[in-house]
Ligand binder design. Structure first.
Ligand SMILES: Cc1cc2nc3c(=O)[nH]c(=O)nc-3n(C[C@H](O)[C@H](O)[C@H](O)COP(=O)(O)OP(=O)(O)OC[C@H]3O[C@@H](n4cnc5c(N)ncnc54)[C@H](O)[C@@H]3O)c2cc1C
Length: 391
C-alpha cells in the first residue's frame, strides 16, 4: 500500500496527543499534522468515565474540541486506526490496516491500559468510553457488584454503582481506601463517606481469597495501569515500564517524542494524571515545532468528588510520614473545611491534603504553590479563615 507523508504524526488522540497538536499549532500553522486514534470517537475527557457512568454519560460526548476544530486547525484525524510498529531509521510508522505513514517528527501518546487481574470470571475494565457504555448496559441486570481496587478509580466506581442503586462491595489489597494517595485520616473520611452511603468496604481483601464469584453479578476492576508500549517492542526506543523521555519530551530516537501516561515520569507525582498529560503533550508539541520548552515540576493535584464531599491531594505520598525532615500542621476544622494537613520541610512547602470547599484548593493552595510560595505563605493564605495548630 502506498505511503503518506506528514510533517508531524501523533499516535494516540487523547489528552497528551491533542495537547501535542495544540503545541505544534501554536508555533507552526501550516505544517501537516496527523492525529491517530485506535478509538472510534473523537478525543474526549477520559476522566469523566468514572464520574458519569451512572447516567450512561447522558447525552454528553465530553469532547475535548468540537468536531469542526480539527478541520479548522488543518489537523487530519484517523479514527479506529492502530499503530503496530515504528521504524525510526526510515521515519516510518505502520498501521494495523497496512498503511505506512512517513513522518518528519512523531509523538508517542498512546497512553496506558488497565492492569488485569488473574481471574477466570469475566472481569470488566474501564479505560475507554465504549467500555463504560458496555458496563452500563450489563449493569442493568446486576444486583450486586464487586469493585476490585480501592484506589481513586475504584472509589469513584463504587460511588457510581451506588448511584445506580446496586449493592456494592469495594475490595482491595490496601489497608484503607486510596492508601497511596492520602494520609490515614483522609482515608478514614473517604471510607466513612462510602459506608454512610451503603458501600461495603472490604480492605485488605483480594478476590482470590473467596474461592467463588457467585456472590456478585458483576466484577469491575481498577488495579492500576501499564503504559501502552507493546507496539514499540521492535522499534529500538528506550523503555523502562514506559517510554524514557528527557525534560523536552525527547525519546532515545531522533525526531521522536513521547508524552502522557506512556512516558516514564520525569518528576514524581506526574504519572497517571490528566493535567500532567496535557502539560507534557503541549511541551512535546512546542519542541516538535522548533520551539524550546522544558518540563518543570508542577502542582498537579488529585481531586475526588465523592457523593457531596470534595477531597484534594497535592504531592502526597506515604513515605512523607516517615521522613524525619518533614513536618506537618493540621488546620482547624470549620464549616467549609473538614480536614486540612500541610506538610513542609523547613520553610519549603511539600504537600497538601484537605477535605472541604473546592475553592480552597482552586483559589488558594494550587495558585500559591504554582507561584513558588513558601510553606508559611500557603498556611497564611488559608489561615485567614482558620487557626493553625501543630500536629
Ligand atoms: C476512568 C478514569 C478516570 C480518571 N480520572 C482521573 C482524574 O480524576 N484525574 C486525573 O488527573 N486523571 C484521571 N485519569 C487518568 C487520566 O485520564 C490519564 O492520565 C490521561 O487520560 C492520560 O492521557 P494520555 O493522552 O497520555 O493517554 P490516554 O488518555 O490513555 O489516551 C491514549 C490514546 O491512545 C490510543 N492508543 C493506544 N495505543 C494505540 C496505538 N497503538 N495506536 C493508536 N492509538 C493508540 C488509546 O486508544 C487512547 O485513545 C482517569 C483515567 C481513567 C481511565
Amino acid at each position: 500500500m502506498a505511503g503518506t507523508y506528514f510533517d508531524y504524526v501523533i499516535v494516540g488522540a487523547s489528552r497528551a496527543g491533542v495537547s501535542c497538536a495544540e503545541g505544534i499549532r501554536s508555533l507552526d500553522s501550516s505544517g501537516s499534522v496527523l492525529l491517530i486514534s485506535r478509538e472510534k470517537v473523537l478525543p474526549y475527557k477520559r476522566t469523566k468515565l468514572s464520574k458519569e457512568l451512572h447516567n450512561n454519560y447522558g447525552d454528553q460526548d465530553f469532547l475535548l474540541h468540537p468536531p469542526g476544530w480539527y478541520e479548522e486547525q488543518r489537523i487530519t484525524v484517523y479514527l479506529g486506526a492502530e499503530a503496530v510498529d515504528l521504524a525510526p531509521h526510515i521515519y516510518t510508522l505502520f498501521l494495523a490496516d497496512g498503511r505506512k505513514i512517513a513522518y518528519g517528527r512523531l509523538c508517542i501518546a498512546s497512553g496506558a491500559s488497565p492492569l488485569e487481574i488473574p481471574d477466570p470470571a469475566p472481569v470488566r475494565y474501564l479505560r475507554e468510553k465504549s467500555e463504560g457504555q458496555s458496563i452500563f448496559r450489563e449493569a442493568r441486570d446486576w444486583q450486586r457488584v464487586c469493585v476490585v481496587g480501592n484506589g481513586i478509580q475504584g472509589v469513584e466506581l463504587a460511588e457510581q454503582f451506588k448511584l445506580m442503586g446496586k449493592e456494592v462491595d469495594l475490595t482491595g489489597p490496601d489497608s484503607r481506601p486510596m492508601a497511596s494517595r492520602v494520609d490515614p485520616a483522609m482515608s478514614k473520611l473517604i471510607e466513612q463517606d462510602l459506608l454512610d452511603h451503603g458501600v461495603h468496604v472490604r480492605n485488605r481483601y483480594t478476590l482470590n481469597e473467596t474461592g467463588g464469584r457467585s456472590e456478585w453479578d458483576g466484577i469491575v476492576a481498577s488495579v492500576g495501569i501499564n503504559p501502552a508500549a507493546l507496539w514499540l517492542n521492535d522499534s529500538g526506543i528506550e523503555t523502562l515500564s514506559g517510554v524514557v523521555i528527557d525534560t523536552r519530551c525527547r525519546t532515545s530516537e531522533a525526531e521522536i517524542y513521547a508524552a502522557g501516561d506512556i512516558a516514564e515520569p520525569v518528576f514524581p507525582f506526574t504519572s497517571g494524571l490528566w493535567h500532567s498529560a496535557e502539560y507534557q503533550g503541549f511541551t512535546a508539541g512546542i519542541n516538535m515545532a522548533g520551539g524550546e520548552a522544558e518540563l518543570e515540576q508542577k502542582p498537579f493535584r488529585l481531586k475526588l468528588d465523592l457523593f457531596d464531599r470534595h477531597f484534594y491531594a497535592l504531592w502526597y505520598n506515604p513515605a512523607l510520614e516517615a521522613d524525619p525532615g518533614v513536618e506537618s500542621v493540621k488546620l482547624q476544622q470549620d464549616r467549609d473545611m473538614e480536614y486540612c494537613r500541610i506538610f513542609h520541610r523547613g520553610d519549603d512547602f511539600v504537600s497538601a491534603l484537605y477535605c472541604g470547599d473546592p475553592s480552597i484548593g482552586k483559589t488558594i493552595i494550587t495558585p500559591l504553590v504554582r507561584q513558588g510560595a513558601a510553606f508559611r505563605e500557603i498556611v497564611e493564605g488559608i489561615e485567614k479563615r482558620h487557626a493553625v495548630r501543630p500536629v
